[in-house]
Structures are given as C-alpha cells and as structure tokens.
Design a protein. Sequence first.
Length: 278
Amino acid sequence: MNDLFAAARNDGPQVRVGIGGWTYAPWRNNFYPEKLVQRRELEYASRQLRAIEINGTFYGAQKPATYAKWAEETPPGFVFSLKAPRYVTEGKRLADAGKGISGFVHGGLAEMGDRLGPILWQLPPSRPFDADDLGAFLDGLPRELNGQPLRHVLEVRHASFLGEHYVALARAHRVPTVFTDSPDYPSLADITGDFNYARLMRSANAIATGYAPTELDRWTGIARDWAAGKDIASLPHAAAAQAQAAPRDVFVFFIGAAKQRNPAAAMALQARVDGADR
C-alpha cells in the first residue's frame, strides 16, 4: 500500500493536504510526468496528494456519471472537496436556496461514495452577515446522503462576519468556517464545527515549494494542533478561543496565488505533517 494512504486510513484524525483541481497546463512542466496523457492526470494527482478541491462544480453541477468517474480514478483513502454551485450562494436570499441545495446534493453526489469529502459553500465578498438569512440557509443543509453523513463548510468573504454573532451562529449549526489565508479576504480561525478547513493563498513563484520552509514548518504545527483538537489563539479570531476539544480531521488546500507551485507546496506540507521529512 502507498505509504501516503496507509497513514490516511487509520482510525484517528486525518490531516489531508491538497490542491484546487487537477487540470492546469503549467503543472505538465513541473508536477505531471513528461508525456502523461491528460485523461490520466487525476489518476496521477490523486496518488501524490490526499485530497483535491474541485472548483468546476462552483460553475455548475456535474452529471452523476462524472462524479462516479472521478471516484473510480482515485485510490482508497483519497477524498474530494466540492465547491457548491455559485447559483446557490450568490442568489438574492440564502434562505430561498433550498431547491438549489437539494438539486446539487441529490443530483449525483452519492456516486462518489467514500471519496466525497466536505462540501464548500463559498459566499461572495458582496454578501454581508445576515443572521436570519444565514441561519435559514444552514438549517436547510442536508446532514446525510443515502445514510452517509455529509460535511459542510462555509467560506465567508465580507468583513461583517468578523464578529461573535456569526461565530455563535455557525457553532450552533456545527458548520466549520474556512480559514482563508489570503491578503484579499477576511480570515477567522474560530472553531465552529467538528473539522478544520484552510485555504492557503500566498504561494510564491520564486520558491520551488511555494512557501518557504519556515512557513511550511509553521503550517505543520498548525495542522497538527488542529488535528489534536486545539484552538490556536495566535491565529485571527472573531471570538474567544475555545478550550481543548476532541481530535478532528483537518483539510488544507493550496489555492491560487502562484498556482504552478501549489502541488509541490501540498506534497511538502503533507510530508512534514506525516513526519516523512524528519
């Protein structure tokens, strides 16, 4: 068994590090083997990484056969995170999104089986915090699909979410909040659900691994602490940090910025988290 997935299939909390998507032309120069045919890129990428965040679903739901194909091409222990369609999160009112939510969740996601990881609901920068509207939306998120628990995570991009009222609402619904390490969007590391999810957007083209070794070491510590159930008070918070909690799964994705460096960044961080570089 591939050591990468042997570590991911035990019964304890998992730290899964990945990238956004798998089809990107510059990766054919520095990530994918020379002459690898494009139709095998997911097969290859899913054996170097432990998770991939799919961005294509943000622009429109896929056919059930497509979800099934993605699952079939990946190894046991691998999971996808899916960005939910923007027609749901960018609508006039989140409270009225029930039909769109149901159509997406029940439109073929079951075909992914145990490869289905978190569903990411990304709110646009133009949407401010509205407790009643958001509460109705979170109430409407289905919590299981064909008997399999669903995991939802919310990414907020308006500064009005940086307050105790939002944190309390998210905690009441047990929905994690993305920690967005970005110079462009507000970030909060408050623990609001039973897993952690980070999107790192500061990779640099001049660094082969995207992030400097010292930064990768820092994120290794953060990921391990989150997995151990710790709330890291040194990260930006909108409310008071919580006390020690139960161990939890952690998802870390390198997104955007110097995108060509993100696979190397993800593999370097996963190796550190797993102790393979020690």
